[in-house]
Design a protein around this ligand. Structure first.
Ligand SMILES: Cc1ncc(COP(=O)(O)O)c(C=O)c1O
Length: 316
């Protein structure tokens, strides 16, 4: 796997073993049952802006953009997208301009993710339409810039291209080097665009690991996201991937997310967001209830802005 990479993240991120409950205060028993004995892959500590795990994809996307001679990055997302915040910052750090298409119309309360886009010097363009339209609009916008003589590098939502997925393909190698104690593990990771899990599946195939992988789909219906993941994996050159499953975690934030967040926070001092982190931890609890006995690695993909929103909700 020899592809241009622009280092951005502090890698490897730690693999943390969660001890089996050290406090007697609530929610110690619950915390022991769900979190105790599991492992957290701490991509929330990747150290690049607010990007979390998305810094991995951006290293390869920026590497490719720079090697193609791009002078402007074009991407898109919803206002709360962690990916657009990371992409705008990565472009700035690499000396490339950035234009970000944002679904919907200007908001009264600008989320931290969008503040990061603006502070990185990127241009924000509201599309006035649904986020499902974004990838098409990103391509059209890039084509317009090309007609004007620019050299755009277009990136779909979440960095979901074979190049973006390379970040997690390499993360498979990184995790394998840390898993010195077992090779029969279960890996759980939250799934939005599918770029991360597609990369992890490809990376697992390359190194021949025996992990079972669960993707916790937070935004797209399972048949759709399954097709998108398999499409990406195929474009990376892998046809038959087995030993993986998707768990449906679509749906609004509710009080269970607050409870799950408090469980991780009070039990272990770990901050989770409601879109990705709490849904993934709830999926781990489900696997435990199904008597999953293999060691579980939960990929903490970041999402700090959303975690702060959830804290605010819990505190009111
Ligand atoms: C914090 C966080 N976790 C998980 C994901 C999902 O990753 P993917 O889009 O690669 O499936 C995202 C997507 O932006 C994210 O921001």
């Amino acid at each position: 796997m020899n592809h241009p990479r622009r280092p951005l993240a502090l890698l490897p991120t730690p693999l943390q073993r969660v001890p089996r409950g050290s406090t007697r205060l609530p929610p110690a028993p619950l915390s022991r049952a769900v979190l105790g004995g599991m492992y957290l892959k701490r991509d929330d500590l990747s150290g690049f802006g607010l990007a979390g795990a998305k810094a991995r994809a951006l290293e390869y996307l920026l590497g490719d953009a720079l090697s193609c001679g791009a002078d402007v990055l074009v991407t898109g997302g919803s206002p709360g997208s962690n990916f657009i915040a990371g992409a705008a910052l990565a472009a700035r750090v690499c000396g490339v301009e950035c234009e970000v298409l944002v679904s919907g119309t200007a908001l009264e309360r600008v989320p931290v993710t969008l503040q990061m886009v603006t502070c990185s010097g990127a241009k924000v363009l509201y599309t006035g339409s649904d986020r499902a339209e974004l990838d098409k609009l990103v391509d059209e916008h890039a084509a317009r810039l090309r007609d004007e003589g620019r050299a755009p590098y277009a990136i779909p939502r979440g960095g979901a291209t074979p190049v973006g997925a390379l970040g997690f393909a390499h993360a498979a190698e990184e995790l394998a080097a840390q898993l010195t104690f077992a090779d029969d593990v279960v890996v759980v990771l939250p799934t939005g665009s599918g770029a991360s899990i597609a990369g992890l599946l490809a990376g697992r195939a390359i190194i021949g690991a025996r992990w079972r992988i669960y993707g916790v789909s937070v935004s797209r219906p399972l048949p759709q996201i399954r097709g998108e993941i398999l499409g990406l994996v195929a474009r990376m050159g892998f046809s038959a991937v087995t030993d993986w499953e998707l768990i449906d975690a679509t749906g609004p934030v509710d009080d269970r997310d607050v409870d799950t967040m408090l469980l991780a926070l009070r039990g272990e001092g770990v901050l989770l967001d409601a879109k990705y982190g709490t849904k993934a931890l709830a999926a781990v609890a489900g696997l435990r209830a199904r008597k999953e006995t293999a060691p579980i690695v939960l990929w903490h993909t970041g999402g700090l802005p959303g975690a702060l929103d959830l804290l605010a909700r819990a505190a009111t």
